[in-house]
Write a protein that binds this ligand. Sequence first.
Ligand SMILES: [Zn+2]
Length: 369
Amino acid sequence: MVTNVLEVNPERLWDSLEKSAAIGRFRDVGLRRLALSAEDKQMRDLFVDWAQAAGCKVEIDRLGNIFARRAGSDPSLPPVAIGSHLDTQICGGRYDGILGVLCGLEVVRTLNDRGLLTKRGIEVICWTNEEGARFSPPMMGSMAFAKVLSLESVLATTDDAGITVEQALDEIGYAGPAPLGQRVFDAYLELHIEQAPVLDREGCDIGIVVGGYKTQALRLTINGDTGHAGGTPMAMRRNALVGAGYVIAAVNDIGLAYATDEGRTTTTRIESFPNLPGTYAEQVKLTIDFRHIDAARFQAMRTDIDAAIAAAAKKANVEIEVAEDRRGTRPALSRDAQPSRPRRLCRGDDGADGDDLHALLRGYQPQRG
Ligand SMILES: [Zn+2]
């Protein structure tokens, strides 16, 4: 029997996850640790302390991406990177990308326990704002690293309160001196909790990401008239919220129609004006998100969504403007994988995370050294 002498210390990893889960706790079991918030700073500080205690050299770039490096025996070789994110959604989980960062730290700690020196260095990475819950788009840190987004555009991005990424980085002291995106890796590994219940239901321990979804966000502005909820005759109303309701239901039906071959749709955000009791809505802003693994089927979904929007506008007697959100567009990622252990092949890119890999692969070619 072959013994895996490099097994990590599961109790220590679990303890680190539990310590993380105490920072920004939300609704008893979950986390609300928005990017560049006070809670995010607290968790970053803890991670940096842990990494330094494990002998890593910590560097932070202009966007607050953290790189904790355990040196290898040959400094001329690019390191192996292991990473993910420590921020969460507003109703986020306690493992998610956090596991992807802390498992990297656990690898370093385990190598330290055994007194092992690897040929290549190991770099544990925490990317800034993978979730996009506070600042949009998600995966800002990794996309700017890979030059998919410009540094200037990311720094100028605001949250709903009008605070820029630049201000938020200064506020928590994580605008670091390391240059953005000038690191080379031999390989990049990201362990992540599945963002769905499929593996759990199938009793499968591990899934391997072999591709992603082609994704598009559409921003809709629905224009009608506002009036009194009692006085205005029904047939005279141009209620923007009713138009939004027709769109929301139709988009969901389209998602269900394409679900058998992995289509996905949802409406992610709604803003209504004047949004007051006793009135009906003059203007509604809505964001649609749709995805498919196949480019032709993706295009067919778009055609169906456009038709549904036109039908909703006609039925509610409103005007609907559609703008494509370029920042929300991502091509499908496809890679061959030949894993040797029992696994389920999965699609990544349920909104975040697997896209680290995507952004990195688009941005540069790994160097073999
Ligand atoms: Zn994640």
